[in-house]
Design a protein around this ligand. Structure first.
Ligand code: 26Q
Length: 831
């Protein structure tokens, strides 16, 4: 039962990190902030009260960090991302503040379970997938490494949809994540920022100089909400600033007076729709006007804010690239190029060349995808209507750029056409990736192979013209969330074995290498893994009634559902396994549980059909006595950060099976490796670097290489695979026989067509034999628990490179040219 507050509010020490002051302050918030007593408080109220206790303990550190950054005139990193997949914050904030033990004790004293309270928090799902989660890991690493940094993004009222499954189909539901209140944000109405849209450009002259005035615009206000981002050790607390759209005018008085109340609020509704919802597409780009408006709104608010902060110090403009480093996360932020030009030229009165030099030196760009259908292009007409001044600026950038091209390659008209930032066609469009490359000093891919392919395929001409601009930074993940928090038992075992240095220096995990040869350690390691598998099984049993046996091999394939990621290949492999188990002489394989999870973009019919297929196949297999003991398949609904934390800890096998050359990096692969899963994967994205680190004997690589895969384009003959490989033929025949969809005849025909009649674009059939044979090798290894444990330990030991701390270190040195700024704060308790 809850204790009444014994300490009067006024004397509660808001900084006390000990259980007593946490308890007192908790009771105080429950009563005075939430107006609850212990009869009426819900678990969610208690979560909120505890979150506010923790937030209060961050505030002083937050203020001190901001003061220090300001006083020391530091160079700051500004990370511009339309997505942040933060997930839950309470657990990580408590860990990074070093107060987990104190909080646990305080709650236990009150008869409350800390972990249950922590898990009351709703995920902040302001992102689709890897790109958004990367942004969240990067902010955490920046704070831990004490780099002055600020994240900018949008405060969507609705984040990534909640995925429900009905009869095997994905059904989307709105993610009303703010409904229970959001204790981590502070609104800052005093920093409201006006953003213009539409209107027209007036040209004039002032003292011989052309001037441009963007007038008759429809304006929207940007309202900032600040969220603290605390680094491990609690020294630096950076800010994530998210913009929410507000109407510049509450309502139109004229319409109101005339009694047309709908018209009176029309512009308010339109304005506030701007940040209503996150676009739920991950790698298919749809040229929707509202999306363009979101991108501009976000860029305009952020750059205005950045320049406002720069101007406080009254330094000359030439200092700008020494004070700011603006990272564009994908082309979603590429309007920063023309917008910063507009601010410097039109508003600050700078000449074009001087402004351009500052823009290029201040901006840098990360590309996250090579898929042609995901490359952003905006119709010239649309930009002209919504951002008329920006179109003029883009034209001028292009004119000057094409002149450089012409000077460098005289007479090469074909090259000039290819390189134009404007794509000529039925619809003229602005190509955003080249705009970002031309308008910045550094462009990076997110893994070695991706950076190489980016230069070779997306931007060969630009790579030739600006070789020094291209670089590569392999992604990473924060070990504070993905090991310390997600897998406390393993984190504990590691700390007991090699000390806690790995928490801020993941390379120290290498010290586990010799322990792979130690039978007693292997035993402990596998006991920890089994424990994590039991925790997941218990969770899924409580939530869905599933009975999962922790003594089976957990093979996980968790990520967005996309054809290039090839969940379909996994299903085909599963089909062959199932057929074998149904045969007259079933093989003696170790029992497996296959765990799928992931969302499909709501308009991505094929991906949604794959989800349906997985469900139908799962329900047949799980109910077939021939397979019962040896094979189970589960699709866990509503994949999100908090669910990922549970799954990563429990996995034995990490499936990373994209068509080589399509997955830019992947970061799930890193989280799984860090938690001791072995990878079965193609030579794609970060898998290649994982293989380099862990060595070929400790990873299961299969399938075509990127070069082989691209050589297959137009040549691969799926029909001949079907004819020649009996197991594959039987698997396909079974899958499309109606065996899995007796009540829904024909629903899987589009999958059959894609595989057999339309050339199997993602080469599922080309790689299937190799995949299945490699899975057989996985089975063989799993039969030998010590051999498996040895490799699992070696995977953890060699995962040090995949920390987001390493990635941030590389960005800081090679792209941003920034260093740490230590904050002098009392240290927090050591974990
Ligand atoms: C673009 C235009 C309009 C609407 C939506 C979008 C959009 C939104 C999100 C396009 C792409 C995304 C997300 C892409 C993404 O998550 N990519 C992943 O990024 C990870 C981090 O670098 C990589 O590890 C993955 O390989 C890559 O797929």
């Amino acid at each position: 039962m809850l204790e009444a507050a014994k300490t009067p509010a006024a004397v509660v020490c808001q900084q006390g990190l000990d259980p007593e002051s946490i308890k007192a302050h908790f009771a105080d918030h429950l009563k005075h902030t939430l107006a609850r007593d212990h009869y009426t408080a819900t678990p969610h109220d208690r979560y909120l009260a505890l979150a506010m206790v923790v937030r209060d303990r961050l505030v002083e550190r937050w203020i001190k960090t901001q003061e220090t950054h300001h006083d020391r005139h530091v160079k700051r990193v500004y990370y511009l991302s339309l997505e942040y997949l933060t997930g839950r914050s309470l657990g990580n904030n408590v860990i990074n503040l070093g107060i987990e033990a104190a909080v646990e004790k305080a709650m236990a004293d009150l008869g409350l379970n800390w972990v249950d309270l922590r898990d009351e928090e709703l995920d902040a799902g302001l992102g689709n997938a890897g790109l958004g989660r990367l942004a969240a890991c990067f902010l955490e690493s920046l704070a831990t490494m004490q780099v002055p940094a600020m994240g900018y993004g949008l405060r969507y009222d609705y984040g990534i949809f909640r995925q429900h499954i009905q009869n095997g189909w994905q059904v989307e539901q709105p993610d009303d994540w703010l409904r229970g209140g959001h204790p981590w944000e502070i609104p800052r109405p005093d920093y409201l920022i006006p953003v213009q849209f539409e209107g027209r450009v007036e040209t004039g002259r002032e003292g011989g100089r052309l001037t441009f005035r963007w007038v008759d615009t429809r304006d929207v206000l940007g309202m900032p909400y600040d969220i603290p981002v605390v680094g491990y050790g609690g020294q630096t607390v950076n800010t994530l600033r998210l913009w929410s759209a507000r109407a510049a005018q509450e309502f139109d008085l004229q319409d109101f007076d005339q009694g047309d109340y709908v018209a009176a609020v029309h512009s308010k509704v339109m304005a506030e729709n701007l940040t209503k919802v996150l676009y739920p597409a991950d790698a298919v780009y749809a040229g929707r006007e509202l999306r363009l408006r979101q991108e501009y709104f976000f860029v305009a608010c952020s750059l205005f804010d950045i320049l406002r902060r720069f101007k406080v110090d009254r330094e000359g403009w030439s200092e700008l690239p020494h004070r700011i480093a603006v990272q564009m996360n994908e082309t979603h932020a590429a309007l920063a190029v023309p917008e910063l030009m507009r601010l410097l030229v039109d508003r600050e009165g700078m000449g074009w060349e001087a402004a351009w030099d500052l823009v290029v030196r201040s901006l840098s760009y990360t590309n996250h995808t090579l898929m042609p259908e995901a490359l952003e292009r905006w119709p010239v007409d649309m930009i002209e209507r919504i951002l008329p001044r920006h179109l003029q600026i883009i034209y001028e950038i292009n004119r000057r750029f094409l002149k450089l091209v012409a000077d460098r390659y005289p007479g090469d008209l074909e090259r000039q056409c290819r390189m134009s930032l404007i794509e000529e066609g039925a619809v003229r469009q602005v190509r955003m990736a080249p705009l970002a490359i031309v308008g910045s000093h550094a462009t990076n891919g997110v893994s070695a192979i991706h950076s190489r392919l980016l230069k070779a395929s997306v931007a060969p001409d630009l790579a030739e013209m600006y070789p020094g601009r291209f670089c590569s930074v392999t992604n990473g993940v924060t070990q504070r969330r993905w090991l310390l928090k997600a897998n406390p038992a393993l984190a504990d075992l590691i700390t007991k074995t090699i000390g806690s240095g790995w928490i801020t220096d993941l390379r120290q995990l290498a010290r586990l290498t010799p322990l792979a040869e130690d039978a007693a350690f292997r035993q402990r390691f596998m006991a920890v893994k089994r424990q994590a598998k039991t925790v997941l099984a218990d969770y899924l049993r409580a939530k869905y009634g599933w009975k999962i046996d922790p003594d089976t091999l957990y093979s996980v394939l968790v990520k967005r559902i996309h054809e290039y990621k090839r969940q379909l290949l996994a299903v085909l492999g599963l089909m062959i396994r199932y057929n074998r188990l149904r045969s007259k002489a079933p093989p003696d394989v170790p029992p497996r549980t296959l765990v799928f999870a992931g969302k499909a973009a709501p308009n991505y019919t094929m991906a949604k059909l794959i989800i349906k297929l997985i469900h139908n196949v799962a329900s047949v297999i799980n109910n077939d006595p021939a397979a019962a003991r040896l094979l189970r398949v589960h699709f866990v609904p509503n994949y999100r950060v908090s669910l990922a934390e549970r799954i990563m800890a429990a996995a034995d096998l990490s499936e990373q099976i994209s068509t080589a050359g399509t997955e830019a990096s992947g970061t799930g692969c890193m989280k799984l490796m860090l938690n001791g899963a072995l990878t079965i994967g193609t030579l794609d994205g970060a898998n290649i670097e994982i293989a380099d680190e862990v060595g070929p004997d400790n990873i299961f690589i299969f399938g075509l290489t990127a070069e082989q895969a691209s050589a297959q384009a137009g040549r691969h003959d799926p029909q001949s695979v079907y004819r020649q490989d009996a197991e594959i033929r039987e698997a396909l025949d079974l899958m499309f026989s109606g065996h899995f969809n007796p009540q829904e005849p024909g629903i899987f025909a589009p999958l059959r067509a894609a595989l057999l009649d339309q050339g199997d674009r993602f080469l599922c059939l080309a790689d299937l034999r190799s995949y299945v044979d490699t899975q057989d090798r996985v089975d063989a290894l799993y039969r030998d628990p010590h051999a498996w444990a040895r490799k699992a330990i070696l995977n953890v030991a060699h995962s040090g490179r995949f920390s987001s701390d390493r990635a941030i270190g590389e960005y800081a040195r090679e792209i941003w040219h920034v260093g740490p700024c230590p904050i002098e704060m009392d240290p927090v308790p050591k974990m």
